[in-house]
Write a protein that binds this ligand. Structure first.
Ligand code: ADP
Length: 240
């Protein structure tokens, strides 16, 4: 069953076409990656899916809801990372988790989420005093706090050290096993390869192709081909 259906999504900022008729379908229970270089239109696409940005044209359905029209209903079933500036600086980690969990009818256990993201020792630290990696981990926890049916994670592990990155990947796999469909925006090959069931390669606002990581690699051939080689061959560009 399709959980997210995006059809012919188009968005421009002034003269810049950020998203140029993107269509994609995300199936229930999968980890769907959106992979592409900076400026490809990934964030704009997922912001339209989250209902925080209006598209110029095209249609989006998330669990049968229209993200702009049904925004309130959508926030109950969709988890997204909050950006810096959206979390009050003076709020402590545990306070933030407890507060946000109170917004949902059947939230995740915020204490175990705090432990999963290695934030227990920071429970009484104010948000404004956290390091970049700790803020990132808190934003992941807040995206998952409502036990969402769909979680959208943009640059999941950017700024995390290798151990935190591996722990976060393991957590995301567990969250998926519990039934959450996950959309992962990344420009990080290893993350795409290890986590995603299917990937949409996006370049210059367009979907180049959608396939499994193995399918993409097989398509460009050769045993030693990596996902990065496949990306370069299919887009004629690198990721950075
Ligand atoms: P990505 O997430 O793949 O890096 P974005 O969706 O952030 O891509 O950006 C796509 C294009 O739109 C880029 O050229 C970017 O500079 C431009 N863009 C993104 N947000 C804005 C904005 N708020 N105002 C103007 N241009 C924007």
């Amino acid at each position: 069953m399709a959980v997210i259906e995006v059809r012919d999504l188009h968005k421009r900022y002034g003269d810049t076409v950020a998203v140029d008729d993107v269509s994609l379908t995300v199936e229930e229970g999968e980890i769907f990656g959106i992979l592409g270089p900076n400026g490809a239109g990934k964030t704009t696409t997922v912001e339209c899916i989250e209902g925080v940005r209006a598209a110029d044209r095209g249609s989006i359905s998330v669990l049968g809801l229209d993200p702009m029209r049904d925004r309130q209903e959508l926030t109950r079933v969709l988890g997204a990372q909050l950006q810096e500036g959206q979390i009050p600086e003076r709020l402590q980690v545990a306070e933030a988790l407890e507060l946000y969990s109170s917004f949902y009818p059947s939230p995740a256990d915020w204490r175990s989420l705090m432990a999963d993201l290695d934030l227990t020792s920071k429970a009484r630290t104010r948000y404004g005093k956290l390091s970049g990696g700790q803020k990132q981990r808190l934003s992941i926890a807040l995206a998952l706090i409502g036990n969402p049916k769909v979680a959208i994670l943009d640059e999941l592990t950017t700024g995390l050290d290798p151990q935190a990155r591996r722990d976060t990947w393991a957590l995301i796999k567990r969250v998926r096993e519990n039934g959450t469909t996950i959309v992962l925006v990344t420009h990080f090959m290893e993350e795409a390869e290890r986590l995603c069931d299917r990937l949409a390669l996006i370049d210059a606002g367009r979907v180049v192709t959608v396939d499994t990581p193995q399918g993409l690699i097989a398509r460009v051939g050769g045993e030693k081909t990596s996902l990065e080689d496949a990306f370069i061959q299919l887009t004629r560009k690198g990721l950075s």
